[in-house]
Design a protein around this ligand. Structure first.
Ligand code: MG
Length: 384
C-alpha cells in the first residue's frame, strides 16, 4: 500500500459521467471481419476533480473486434465507479489496477478510463499526456488512411483528396471481396500514386486453406506490409505465411495483450504488431507491448478502431512517447471518416503527418455539446 499523494495529486475525483454516442460516418467500409455503415458507437467518459478540473477519455468498441458500447457503459457505472470516485488523482496506477480486476474484458472502457485519468492529471499539472508517459520522442507521426469502400470509385476520390493533403501511406482493406478486386485496387493505387506506400490489411479475411497462393501474389506486388491475413486463432498458419513471403507480416487481431505479444514472438508469427489502446486496455499496456516487440527486434504500428478525435489523441500521445512504435499511425477517422468529430477544433493533421499536441492533457478541447447531442444514453456517478 502506498502513502497518499500530496499537493495537486491529492485532489479527489468527485464525478464520473459517461455517454454512449452514435457518431455518423460518411461512407460504407468493408473489412474481412465485418462492415461499418451509417454510424459508429463510442463511449465518452468525463472525470471531474474537486477543483472542477475535468479529463476526457473514449472507448471505441467495434462489436466484431473489441466489445460493445453497452458493456462499456455498464463497466463505468457498475464496476469502475466504486474504484474511481473519492480517489486521489495521483493514485492512477492503483485505480487502474483495481478496475482491471473489477471486470474482465472491456479493454476499450479501460483504455478510456486511463485516458481520462491522464487528461485530468495533465490538466492539473499543466503537462501534456506524452510528458506523463515518459516524454515525446517525435513531434509528428506519418498518417495512414485506409481504403475500404466496396465502391472503389469513391475510394479513388478519397485517394486523390488525401494525396493532395500530403498523405503518403494508405492501407488497402482486403479479403472482403475477390482476390482480383484486391489486386486491381493495389495496382491502381501504386500506378496512379507511385509515391504512396501501400499496405494491405485482411482483417482475418482469408481461410488458411489456399491462402498461400493469394498471399504470394500480394507478396509480388511489393507492398509495405501484410496485416493479419487469417483469423487470430490460426497461429500456426501465421507462422507458415511469415516463412513463405518476403513482405513483412503484421499481427493485429492475434495480439491484444502483452501476454499475446510474448506468445507471438515465441511462435514467430509476425514481423511487427499493430498496437491499439482499445485492444490492450490503455496507453501503458500499449507501451508494454511495444517494448516486448522491440526487445525481440519486431516493429510496431499505431493502430486504431472506429474512433473519434478523443481516442486518436490518446493513441497519439502513446505513439509520441514510444520510440518502438515507428511505423506511423492510422488515426484518420476524425479527419476523413466522421461526419463531425467530437473535438472542438480539428484533430491536428498537417501535410499527411499527425502533429503531437503540447498543451496540457490530451491537448485539444472536446465539444461537450456535440457529445451530448449524439448521445443515446448517459450514466452519472458522483461521490456522496
Ligand atoms: Mg488491422
Amino acid at each position: 500500500m502506498t502513502t497518499q499523494p500530496d499537493g495537486v495529486l491529492s485532489e479527489l475525483i468527485i464525478a464520473m459521467e459517461a455517454w454512449h454516442c452514435k457518431v455518423p460516418v460518411n461512407a460504407r467500409r468493408d473489412h474481412g471481419i465485418g462492415s461499418v455503415l451509417g454510424s459508429v458507437d463510442v463511449v465518452v467518459v468525463k472525470l471531474t476533480s474537486e477543483s472542477g478540473a475535468v479529463g476526457y477519455g473514449e472507448a471505441s468498441p467495434w462489436p466484431v473486434f473489441c466489445g460493445t458500447a453497452e458493456a462499456d457503459l455498464a463497466a463505468f457505472e457498475r464496476y469502475f465507479a466504486p474504484h474511481v470516485l473519492n480517489q486521489p488523482i495521483g493514485n492512477r496506477a492503483t485505480i487502474l489496477r483495481r478496475c482491471e480486476h473489477a471486470v474482465v474484458h472491456c479493454s476499450d472502457a479501460k483504455a478510456a478510463l486511463e485516458t481520462a485519468l491522464l487528461d485530468l492529471t495533465g490538466q492539473l499539472l499543466s503537462l501534456p499526456v506524452h510528458a506523463l508517459m515518459g516524454g515525446k520522442v517525435r513531434d509528428r507521426v506519418p498518417l495512414s488512411v485506409s481504403i475500404a469502400n466496396p465502391d472503389f470509385n469513391t475510394d479513388k476520390q478519397l485517394a486523390e483528396r488525401i494525396h493532395n493533403d500530403g498523405v503518403r501511406v494508405v492501407k488497402v482493406k482486403t479479403g472482403f471481396n475477390t482476390h482480383e478486386f484486391d489486386v486491381m485496387r493495389i495496382e491502381w493505387l501504386q500506378n496512379n500514386y507511385p509515391d504512396f506506400t501501400v499496405r494491405v490489411d485482411y482483417n482475418q479475411g482469408l481461410e488458411p486453406f489456399d491462402c498461400m497462393r493469394v498471399l504470394q501474389d500480394i507478396d509480388d506486388l511489393n507492398v509495405g506490409f501484410i496485416e493479419q491475413p487469417v483469423a487470430s486463432r490460426h497461429w500456426q498458419c501465421m507462422r507458415e505465411i511469415r516463412q513463405s513471403i518476403r513482405t513483412p507480416l503484421l499481427a493485429d487481431e492475434s495480439v491484444f495483450t502483452p501476454t499475446d505479444m510474448v506468445r507471438a514472438i515465441n511462435e514467430e508469427i509476425c514481423d511487427a504488431v499493430s498496437v491499439k489502446i482499445m485492444k490492450c486496455g490503455g496507453l501503458t499496456r500499449g507501451k508494454e507491448i511495444a517494448a516486448i516487440a522491440e526487445a525481440a527486434g519486431l516493429g510496431a504500428y499505431g493502430g486504431d478502431m472506429f474512433e473519434t478525435g478523443i481516442a486518436h489523441l490518446a493513441g497519439l500521445h502513446m505513439v509520441a512517447s514510444t520510440p518502438a512504435i515507428s511505423l506511423g499511425c492510422e488515426y484518420y477517422q476524425a479527419s476523413y471518416y466522421l461526419e463531425q468529430d467530437l473535438l472542438a477544433s480539428p484533430f491536428p493533421v498537417e501535410d499527411g503527418q499527425v502533429i503531437v499536441p503540447d498543451k496540457p492533457g490530451l491537448g485539444v478541447e472536446v465539444d461537450l455539446n456535440r457529445i451530448q447531442s449524439c448521445a443515446l444514453s448517459q450514466v452519472i456517478a458522483q461521490s456522496s
